[in-house]
Write a protein that binds this ligand. Structure first.
Ligand SMILES: C[S@@+](CC[C@H](N)C(=O)[O-])C[C@H]1O[C@@H](n2cnc3c(N)ncnc32)[C@H](O)[C@@H]1O
Length: 230
């Protein structure tokens, strides 16, 4: 297991609480999250965390398990890493990479209690569509990774995207648990992201949804951490 953070020249007391990883530092093939990233179950995901406010807020919840933040832009991973270290955050791991490429490699199945996608796809132009994160194949991977009863929390300020996300998540077999088309009071999530705060300050409506995996699925083992509450 390779930690990207270079700790060779500093003493043990100064080793950051939040190790960072680069996708290319991981062994090729399947990624066992618990073993390779030292993640304590249950695991939650924050995909495309940007400047990292939602990671810091998650750490402040002092919940059991691990939040794994995955972000494609290195500069943002570095920024979030500094922010988490300054906050003395525990229970958060960071992985830099493209979630669309990483998702099929992640396991074991049923490990994930919750997956946050805060404002994942603001792509306006047709030629930018190829960067879209939430799609039918990614939704299918999320279903595989979710524990029975686990959930996917998505929010966006782009109405067309909201409808696309709903279609992708429902099409993958997840149940709609929550849907709201704007309004600060209609807020089922326990953490806030940077863009969410900006939208609220500007009075921009936010579309939020929670989709869940049925609690007792016939196939696949239920993976729960101690005291987990999917
Ligand atoms: C609109 S920003 C939202 C950032 C943050 N979640 C928030 O709400 O403030 C979308 C984020 O997703 C990241 N991203 C885009 N494609 C990605 C991918 N394939 N894998 C991981 N992160 C991605 C971008 O770099 C960016 O930080």
């Amino acid at each position: 297991m390779a930690h990207v953070t270079d700790t060779r020249s500093i003493d043990a007391a100064a080793v950051p609480l939040v190790p960072r990883f680069e996708e290319h530092e991981l062994l090729p093939g399947p990624i066992d999250l618990r073993a390779m990233l030292d993640c304590a179950a249950p695991v939650e995901l924050d995909i495309g965390f940007g400047k990292g406010r939602s990671l810091v807020e998650w750490a402040a919840l002092d919940r059991d398990g691990t939040l794994l933040g995955i972000e494609i832009r290195r500069g943002l991973v570095e920024r979030a890493h500094e922010r988490l270290c300054r906050a003395g955050a525990r229970g958060v791991r960071l992985l830099r990479g493209d979630f669309r490429a990483l998702a099929p490699r992640l396991g074991p199945d049923g490990l994930v209690r919750r997956c946050y996608l805060h404002f994942p796809d603001p792509w306006w132009k047709k030629r930018h569509r190829k960067r879209q994160v939430v799609s039918a194949p990614v939704a299918a991977e999320l279903v595989r990774l979710l524990a029975p009863g686990g959930e996917v929390c998505v929010q966006t300020d782009v109405p067309e995207r909201a409808e696309e996300f709903r279609a992708a998540l429902a099409g993958a077999g997840l149940d709609e648990r929550w849907w709201s088309d704007g309004g600060a009071e209609a807020r089922p999530f326990d953490v806030r992201s940077n863009r969410e705060v900006r939208c609220e300050a500007a009075g921009v409506p936010v579309y939020r949804m929670v989709y869940g995996k049925p609690p007792h699925e016939a196939r696949g083992p239920e993976v729960r951490g101690e005291g987990s509450d999917p």
